[in-house]
Design a protein around this ligand. Structure first.
Ligand code: SAH
Length: 219
């Protein structure tokens, strides 16, 4: 328990285990995902004033008009990203506070994560260090470009909603690799899973979700 995060009762292992039971009830089945979410201290990733709410079923503000996704959404995206087996290299677009990055890093070999707001990169770096996560590589930049120099990726997880599938990212998937992203429709958003097949790509539309928009350029 970090001395910087008060409210020990609300941030205890017991509170975290209640979150895991709720995730199970909400349909999360991947035991590896549930195990790492039981391990990673989510309260480290939110501002001190919100630490007592870190394990509730809600998204929370992280500054700069952005939010940390609710636990169920993080679990679901991770479950989908790992559905083909534990990924080697993962690319995340939208680091935010670094919580999804941390969960992915516990399951994958290496996680590369891009964020357009420099101050959030600094925040995420500090949070990830505090959580003891080291197999991560954070980059300040526009995620639309991806990281062609590091590609191919076994999984790409995008945590901001796009209007169309970013072509450059899909091209950076390994054979059999998958990209999980929220797609913005006319009035709603839904999760989308794109898989790189032997020839071309398959696209699956999943459940409705709510994300902040993917924005162009750096902030
Ligand atoms: N996974 C994060 C979610 C943060 S919200 C978390 O758990 O905290 C989505 C993030 O995507 C925001 O931080 C936003 O700044 C970032 N973002 C939006 N458009 C982007 C882009 N084009 N490139 C990189 N990051 C982007």
């Amino acid at each position: 328990m970090s001395a910087q995060h008060p409210g020990i009762g609300m941030t205890s292992q017991r509170t975290r285990l209640r979150m895991i039971e709720r995730l199970r009830a909400q349909g999360i089945r991947d035991e590896a995902v549930l195990a790492v979410m039981a391990q990673v201290p989510r309260h480290v990733f939110v501002d001190e004033a919100l630490a007592s709410r870190a394990y509730e079923d809600m998204s929370l503000p992280i500054g700069f008009g952005q939010t940390i996704s609710n636990p169920h959404t993080v679990a679901r995206m991770t479950e989908l990203a790992c559905a083909g087996g534990a990924p080697g290299k993962v690319l995340e677009i939208g680091t935010g506070c670094g919580y999804q990055t941390a969960i992915l890093a516990k399951l994958a070999k290496q996680v590369y994560s891009m964020e357009r707001i420099a101050a959030l990169i600094r925040k995420a770096r500090k949070n990830l260090r505090e959580a003891g996560i080291t197999n991560i590589h954070l980059r300040h930049g526009d995620g639309h470009a991806g990281m062609p120099g590091v590609s191919p990726f076994d999984a790409i997880v995008m945590t901001a909603a796009a209007n169309r599938v970013p072509e450059k990212l899909v091209e950076q998937l390994s054979a059999g690799g998958r990209m999980i992203l929220p797609m913005a429709g006319k009035a709603d958003q839904y999760l989308c899973v794109i898989e790189r097949a032997a020839k071309g790509y398959t696209e699956r539309r999943m459940e409705p979700v709510r994300f902040v928009p993917l924005l162009p350029g750096v902030g």
